[in-house]
Design a protein around this ligand. Structure first.
Ligand code: NAD
Length: 477
């Protein structure tokens, strides 16, 4: 089973809609350019129908019993697991990542949905001590119909990261998955529907992103916007949300520093940086990018990482031999070329890669650069591709200053065997998530999110459900 069988479409008020005379987006396989599907795009009337549905779905779902909500989420988790292979193949064909990564993504999506099935029962508030006969309560209530705007890099997980906690909180939701990788999101939504989610509670739309987000955010029906994507688009969406004083969760970009100290486990650190840098071809918001290596190790580290880059097997994600797939769309190799050319022109040393692989598909050789000057664009902008920068640092203070130099603050990593150094650095880095001798940043019960321009609010964990709630204080005399 390796064929593309998904028929992604608009899902509004319980119906997968036919194309009709709607415009379409051609979904292509980034490994070979083949057209996989013609995706219908929503008209303004479709968007209004989705708004109408989730407006009706909200009171219905809010009034649904705790048991029933938990059963729908638990059932959806089970179905995602059962259908994981089809979901993963669809994501790989649309987005390019190796099938093993897509399978892991589907597994995490199922585990997260299962976690939120449990969170339905853990919606604890507070009772405040008052004189006899009086009390005050703090309750967490659903924020209302919400909008999820999801990117293409984790096409299975991103919609689940928003839908599952929104449902656990009691919200209805319109989801706009990425037009470039719509099929796995549609298969995942079907799991929730088949598990018993009432028809009007969730709708899925595709369209021209700017038009869709403007239309939906302007509607008084939508009370909350959860977006994952780039910093500039996030700022644009926050401005739209501000016009209606709407709440937002923004999971934006990163430019993760990795502080590699002279007492680290050298081989384990090189292996870890390589594994996480090339994962999803570097198209990951927490991808390690600025590797800030103690000067005593820097040359050896750069050479070892470059060896691993050269040894990596590139190929279509469905080929079990492929360790890294193509980039997801033609914008990424173009961006790699621009950023790497700029860095080398300014004196950065290319240790590996640096060019596209000839032939079909958006393949880019895993790339390592060293000693890239601070003014190079690669040292300022999120590369969102398979490029690592090995930069030498002479002191802990210099490492901290460089780690915190940019306006990003998503993930930061620390590699040292010294607990005191680890604690000092973990406290000093400006980041929403810190990994000490690990780069695994996602855990279903822990918050995932950034600070500074990397965004605000968290996904996953109890915090992910709180993001779809408002608090109410009730005082009784
Ligand atoms: P982009 O900024 O145009 O789009 C990023 C995502 O936002 C896409 O999924 C896109 O469909 C969506 N989007 C764009 N304009 C939108 C709008 N007006 N309303 C709603 N959604 C909108 O860039 P791109 O070329 O697709 O992706 C590359 C950049 O996006 C990267 O450099 C990276 O910074 C960022 N990105 C971040 C994440 C993340 O996990 N934080 C994921 C994907 C992309």
């Amino acid at each position: 089973m390796t064929d593309y069988t998904a028929r992604p479409s608009l899902f509004i008020d319980g119906q997968w809609l036919p194309r009709g005379n709607r415009d379409v987006h051609q979904v292509t396989n980034p490994a070979d350019g083949r057209v996989l599907a013609e995706l219908p795009l929503a008209t303004p009337a479709d968007l209004d129908a989705a708004l109408d549905a989730v407006q009706r779905g909200y009171p219905l779902w809010r009034a649904t019993s705790i048991d029933q909500k938990a059963a729908v989420l638990a059932g959806a988790a089970r179905l995602i697991r059962e259908r994981a292979e089809l979901i993963a193949i669809t994501a790989t064909l649309e987005q390019g990542k190796p099938l093993a990564e897509a399978r892991a993504e589907a597994g995490y999506a199922a585990a997260l949905t299962e976690f939120y099935a449990g969170e339905v029962r853990r919606n604890h508030g507070r009772v405040l001590a008052r004189p006899v006969g009086q009390r005050s309560l703090v309750l967490h209530e659903p924020v209302g119909p919400s909008l999820a705007l999801c990117p293409w890099n984790f096409p299975i997980l991103n919609p689940v990261r928003k839908l599952a906690p929104a449902l656990a909180a009691g919200c209805s939701m319109i989801i706009k998955p990425p037009e470039e990788a719509p099929g796995s999101a549609a298969l995942v939504l079907q799991c929730f529907i088949d598990a018993g989610l009432p028809a009007p509670v969730a709708s899925m739309v595709f369209g021209v992103p700017d038009q869709v987000s403007r239309h939906l955010i302007a509607s008084p029906v939508i009370r909350k916007i959860s977006f994952t994507g780039s910093v500039p688009v996030g700022k644009q969406l926050m401005a739209l949300a501000a016009a209606g004083a709407k709440r937002t969760t923004m999971e934006l970009g990163g430019h993760a520093p990795v502080i590699v100290w002279d007492d680290c486990d050298f081989d384990a650190t090189v292996a870890m940086v390589a594994a996480f840098k090339w994962r999803n071809a570097g198209q990951v918001c927490v991808s390690p990018t600025r590797i800030l290596v103690h000067e005593a190790l820097a040359d050896r580290f750069g050479a070892a990482l470059a060896d691993r880059a050269r040894a990596l097997q590139l190929g279509p994600g469905l080929d079990p031999a492929s360790q890294m797939g193509p980039l997801a769309n033609p914008r990424r190799p173009a961006a790699m070329a621009t950023l790497i050319d700029d860095a080398t022109a300014r004196g950065g040393r290319l240790l590996a890669g640096g060019s596209a692989r000839p032939g079909a598909g958006h393949f880019w050789a895993p790339s390592v650069l060293a000693d890239v000057p601070t003014e190079a664009r690669l040292m300022q902008e999120e590369p969102f591709g398979p490029v690592a920068l090995v930069q030498r640092v002479a002191s802990i203070e210099a490492a901290i200053a460089e780690a915190n130099r940019l306006s990003f603050g998503l993930a930061a990593y620390i590699c040292t065997q010294n607990g005191r150094t680890a604690n000092l650095l973990a406290d000093a880095v400006e980041a929403g998530m810190v990994g000490i001798n690990t780069m695994a940043m996602s855990a279903v019960d822990a918050p995932f999110g950034g600070v500074k321009e990397s965004g605000h609010g968290s996904e996953d964990g109890p915090e992910g459900m709180r993001a779809f709630q408002v608090v109410k204080a009730i005082h009784q005399h």
